[in-house]
Design a protein around this ligand. Structure first.
Ligand code: SAM
Ligand code: SF4
Ligand code: SF4
Length: 342
């Protein structure tokens, strides 16, 4: 693509576009109940056929265009992104795009022993590994496929060995894994990894979400603080989603993503690209904008850029803020989490 002057774009609430989350597959080897419950995502579920997925060249071309609009951070997600064949090749291609400063990956960790080194060599900076319990029985039930805690811990070790930055994400559901909060905090404090607690969200339509199942971050902070005193840490950058704390007297941090009880829409700078090339401007979107068709019909970079600018300039999503006022806000059918990634 010809080099283009950088142009920042802002939405209706003056939020800049600066991050892009790219889902590279809608498939997953786990069946987490809060994301892809087995009874719905069974063996006959119609996942996307290969020809509908954006190719690596198509993804990279879009990343180049997004980069000229001010995107600096890329997160690769899914589904389980490590199920996408040759993923390190894509990382390498994105690494070469001018303007991209940071590439991260969100993964369930089970395939990291196989890929961590290749991902690092390709230019990946960081991984966020999801782990919801240290108890095999509970974890096996939560992931719906009987994967063991050890399978994920081995992935974390592999990422560490490869020299990748690591954060651990735990989604907390009341009555499901709230008893794991303290054991997880103790374990990862000792290991020296940043653990982040995520409030269970009403993404998609399949996970049977109810407000009573959400454990508010402030409750988790109090619980941990009572045993291991915490002190707040200032945000690192505009739009940082986690409230950060550190264990008093140490540099070891811990984070809280209060997506339900303390919405952060006012600084949300993230666009999302689904595996088949649909652009979404909110995790809770009911509709997106197809970029694959114009891409395959031969639109120029400039035409594609104009499409993206038009979408972002019209953006007025602030679903989580609206939900704070009314938990029944959304009438339409939402896009599923495994489809656009977290
Ligand atoms: N498969 C990868 C993984 O699990 O890390 C990447 C995709 S997954 C959809 C991204 C993140 O979304 C994970 O950390 C997962 O725990 C989180 N997630 C999925 N459903 C959620 C929900 N209903 N509420 C909060 N977080 C959720
Ligand atoms: Fe798969 Fe991640 Fe969804 Fe779990 S949260 S089912 S690992 S995509
Ligand atoms: Fe961003 Fe939508 Fe989440 Fe608000 S609800 S923080 S706009 S993704």
């Amino acid at each position: 693509m010809t080099a283009k002057a950088h142009q920042r774009v802002f939405d209706r609430f003056k939020r800049p576009l600066s991050d892009l989350r790219i889902s590279v597959t809608d498939k997953c080897n786990f069946r987490c109940r809060y994301c892809m419950p087995e009874e719905i995502f069974a063996a006959d579920y119609p996942f996307l056929p290969q020809e509908k997925l954006l190719t690596f060249e198509e993804i990279t071309r879009l990343v180049r265009i997004f980069a000229t609009l001010g995107v600096k951070k890329i997160r690769i997600t899914g589904g389980e992104p490590l199920l996408r064949k040759e993923l390190p090749t894509l990382i390498k291609m994105i690494r070469q795009v001018e303007g991209i400063e940071d590439i991260a990956l969100t993964t369930n960790g089970s395939l990291l022993p196989k890929y961590a080194q290749a991902l690092k060599s390709a230019g990946l900076n960081r991984v966020n590994v999801s782990l919801d319990s240290l108890d095999d029985e509970r974890f096996g039930k939560m992931n719906g496929r009987g994967f063991k805690v050890r399978d994920v811990l081995k992935g974390i070790e592999a990422a560490e060995k490869a020299g990748l930055g690591i954060k651990i994400n735990m989604v907390v559901q009341r009555g499901v894994n709230d008893q794991d909060i303290l054991p997880m905090a103790r374990y990862f404090r000792k290991k020296g990894h940043v653990l982040r607690f995520i409030e269970f969200m009403d993404v998609g339509n399949a996970n049977g979400w109810r407000l009573e199942h959400v454990v508010p971050s402030r409750e988790i902070v109090q619980m941990i603080n009572a045993e291991m005193p915490l002190e707040p840490v200032e945000p690192n950058y505009y739009g940082e989603v986690a409230s950060r704390y550190r264990y008093k007297g140490t540099k070891q941090e811990i984070g809280f993503i209060s997506s339900v009880t303390e919405a952060f829409c006012s600084t949300c700078t993230r666009a999302r690209l689904s595996a088949e090339g649909t652009l979404y401007t909110c995790l809770f979107a009911t509709a997106g904008t197809d970029l694959r068709t114009p891409l395959r019909q031969g639109e120029t970079d400039e035409q594609l850029r104009t499409r993206i600018v038009n979408v972002w300039e019209k953006r007025q999503d602030r679903y989580s803020e609206e939900r704070l006022k009314n938990t029944n806000v959304l009438k339409g059918k939402k896009v599923e989490m495994y489809h656009i990634g977290g």
